[in-house]
Each structure stands twice: as structure tokens, then as C-alpha cells.
Design a protein around this ligand. Structure first.
Ligand SMILES: [Zn+2]
Length: 165
């Protein structure tokens, strides 16, 4: 099975498993991260109808947590979170939900460690991606010259952000 297909099955299943409380948390998390351009270049996001994209950007999502049309948005979020899981993980997941497949074709993308929390969350460094674990905006600063610099999109230095993470 192709990796992309396996991933969409997992996303669909995860989506169905979310209860109302979890949907609320996801949509809230989305509202915080959606403001960055990294979301808008993914194929998943482009498949969301324009009116829904607009509604989401305006912050109207919070009103209708159970509204099924938001499933598309939640799928974008799930997809982003799961995009780098190993093929082994996908195989086990599919087996657990009784989908038989022998191998996954394709490889997960290589991710870089976030300079703030250390988790492998970033597709590249210095590209202003937002870390989904600690919310650090990756401006390319590191220990060499980011420790005391407040003049960055995070409004606090890397050292402070690490401390409060
Ligand atoms: Zn981080």
C-alpha cells in the first residue's frame, strides 16, 4: 500500500475516534497554528473549500465544534501531526483496525529537531515553521546568536522559551 493511502486511512480513523471534547481541543490548537503560511501550502489545506478556509481564518470555528463540515479542517491538522510517523507505525495501526497489508511504499519525510523543545517537528530550519509541540516559531536562531535576542517573531528569546516550555 502506498504511504499516502495508509496515512489517509489512519487520519480518517483518528477523526472518527475523536469525541466532542477532543474536537474542541483540536480546533483550538488549529486556530493558533493556522496563522502561519506553512499550512496554506499543503495539498490537504488546498482541498478545503474556500468558504470554509475563510470561515476558519476569521476564527468562526469555535462556535460549531460538532459541525461535520469542520472534519476537513481537523483532517488537515491530523495529517500534519502524522506526516512523519514511521512505516512500522502505519503497518501496526492498520493491522489493529483489521486492514491487511504487507508493506508501505514510500518513506517518511526527514524532520529536524526544534531548537526550543528538541522534538523532531520541523521540515527545515529557519523557515518560520511553528513547532507543533512547543509553538516556537523557527526563525533559524540557535545557541550561537538566539539566546538573548528578543527581536524575533516569538517575542521572547530562545532561552526563555525553552525555560517556559
Ligand atoms: Zn518545539
Amino acid at each position: 500500500m502506498k504511504r499516502q493511502k495508509a496515512l489517509s486511512i489512519v487520519v480518517k480513523n483518528e477523526l472518527n475516534n475523536l469525541d466532542q471534547f477532543q474536537r474542541k481541543l483540536v480546533l483550538k490548537a488549529q486556530l493558533e497554528t493556522i496563522k502561519t503560511p506553512q499550512w496554506f501550502i499543503t495539498d490537504e489545506w488546498k482541498s478545503v473549500p474556500l468558504w470554509l478556509q475563510k470561515q476558519f481564518k476569521l476564527g468562526h470555528m469555535a462556535r460549531g465544534i460538532t459541525y461535520n463540515q469542520y472534519n476537513l479542517i481537523i483532517s488537515v491538522w491530523l495529517h500534519d501531526r502524522l506526516k512523519a510517523v514511521s512505516n512500522d507505525y502505519l503497518l501496526k495501526y492498520l493491522k489493529n483496525i483489521n486492514i491487511q497489508t504487507n508493506c508501505i511504499e514510500g518513506n517518511p519525510p526527514l524532520l529536524q529537531s526544534c531548537p526550543c523543545c528538541g522534538y523532531k517537528t520541523l521540515s527545515s530550519l529557519g523557515n518560520y515553521d511553528i513547532c507543533i509541540v512547543c509553538k516556537w516559531e523557527n526563525n533559524g536562531y540557535d545557541n550561537t546568536y538566539g539566546i538573548d535576542d528578543m527581536n524575533n517573531p516569538n517575542h521572547s528569546s530562545l532561552m526563555e522559551s525553552r525555560f517556559f516550555f
